[in-house]
Design a protein around this ligand. Structure first.
Ligand code: CTP
Length: 400
């Protein structure tokens, strides 16, 4: 039985050229057993009519805030209360902006404010409008508030441009609605380590590395979205912590180890993305060391290997590491997988362009303890997070 069976879906359709595709979405939702109430904005009605949706859903279609079908008093409040999901597909740049600031000047935006239902938004627009900082800001704001986006696909757009902006496939949109109703990682407790560590030399200097934390934060954010209970142990980064994630901030490798050990018994899965400094200065100067004419030699001593320590007391934990390499990628990653007692490792050639530190993209290969391996093409860190969590789900819930 589909998770959609018997669910109330509010389908908001806005004025994009892709509005006609909402008919297919309404049809597939209805076929899966959902009760679909379609709300059309005024601009959507220029592209598609109520008649289509009424025929597909066999239910009244709503367009006007002041339109109260007899059997429903205050239609928008009633609809808002019973909805399990508010799906807006296609969503224009205009509706994203209105939702981000809470404007309620028509039925759809009023419903969006009145409902407690989970929101799924599938934007469709011209590439430049999608990439505009205002739109991207609105997306972030809405994501921060818990909305789930089905990002637009790349392709030839109605305006003749080629780029991101095409409404995602119906199947992707439906899968997202299903995932929101039945989060795939619900009940899974996950620890993510992220960012660099800093090892102080004196009061104003430290040893560190250029890790931005982006990969770990993307994993934490996506896992929380998929229903996992996430603890993020993070070294110093400039990133906003993701919504709904418990954050423990640390500075040094030793602090990161202590934080991980403290929560280890309460988690099922560890994903270690942190770029931990392997060495720290043997002595830390008190105060700031004044400059002089003489050479200054700093003696470094090894730091604890956090993931190795967790691997030694693995128990039932699923352990996933990252391997940052500049040579013999797969060979070195394989060795780390074995030595640290991991279930899986993500091999990452940090010398390649568009991969590794600070970048928004990554080209990685997954290696499993059972010998399987899969090379992924260059993709955003968000997409890597998605693929990794699919793999983690199989490791944690093999039957599910
Ligand atoms: N790691 C860790 N603690 C350390 C070093 C690494 O937990 N002190 C983790 C990283 O978070 C990563 C994995 O171990 O998941 C591999 O890290 P990497 O820096 O690639 O390898 P190292 O083990 O440090 O080995 P080397 O620097 O020699 O390549």
């Amino acid at each position: 039985m589909s998770v959609l069976e018997g669910k109330h879906i509010l389908l908001g359709v806005t004025g994009s050229i892709a509005a006609y595709k909402a008919a297919d979405i309404a049809s597939k939702l209805t076929q899966a057993g959902a009760e679909v109430d379609v709300v059309l904005t005024e601009h959507a009605r220029r592209f598609i009519t109520e008649v289509t949706f009424r025929a597909i859903t066999r239910r009244p279609v709503l367009t006007d805030l002041f339109d109260e079908p007899e059997e429903r008093q205050i239609a928008h409040i009633h609809l808002a209360k019973r909805a399990d999901v508010l799906l807006i597909a296609p969503a224009t740049a205009n509706v994203l902006a209105k939702l981000a600031v809470g404007i309620a000047d028509d039925l759809l935006t009023t419903l969006a404010l009145a409902t407690q239902a989970k929101m799924v938004i599938a934007p469709a627009m011209n590439t430049a409008m999608w990439q505009h900082p205002a739109t991207q800001h609105n997306v972030k704001v809405l994501e921060g508030r818990g909305a789930t986006f089905v990002y637009p696909a790349e392709g030839m757009l109605a305006c003749g441009d080629v780029g991101a902006g095409k409404l995602a496939d119906t199947s992707t949109i439906l899968a997202t609605v299903e995932a929101v109703l039945n989060p795939p990682l619900r009940g899974v407790r996950l620890l993510v380590t992220a960012g660099p560590t800093e090892e102080p030399i004196d009061a104003v200097r430290h040893i560190s590395n250029p890790s931005s934390g982006k990969m770990g934060y993307a994993i934490a954010e996506e896992a929380a979205r998929q229903g996992a209970r996430v603890t993020l142990v993070t070294g110093p980064t400039l990133l906003e912590p993701p919504a709904g994630v418990r954050v423990i901030r640390v500075r040094t490798a030793q602090e990161m180890l202590n934080a991980c050990l403290q929560v280890y018994d309460e988690v099922d899965v560890v994903i270690a993305t942190a770029a931990v400094s392997d060495y720290r200065p043997a002595e830390v100067w008190q105060g700031k060391r004044k400059k002089g004419e003489e050479e200054w030699t700093i003696r470094l001593v090894p730091n604890p290997d956090i993931l190795h320590t967790l691997g030694e007391r693995k128990g039932k934990h699923v352990l996933v590491g990252f391997a940052a390499e500049t040579q013999e990628l797969l060979h070195n990653a394989q060795a780390k997988l074995r030595e640290k007692n991991l279930d899986m490792i993500v091999a990452n050639d940090v010398s390649q362009e568009g991969s590794g530190f600070r970048s928004d993209t990554n080209r990685v290969t997954f290696l499993w303890a059972d010998g399987r391996q899969e090379s992924l093409p260059l993709m955003t860190k968000r997409e890597v997070a998605h693929r990794l969590l699919d793999a983690v789900r199989e490791l944690v819930l093999p039957s599910g």
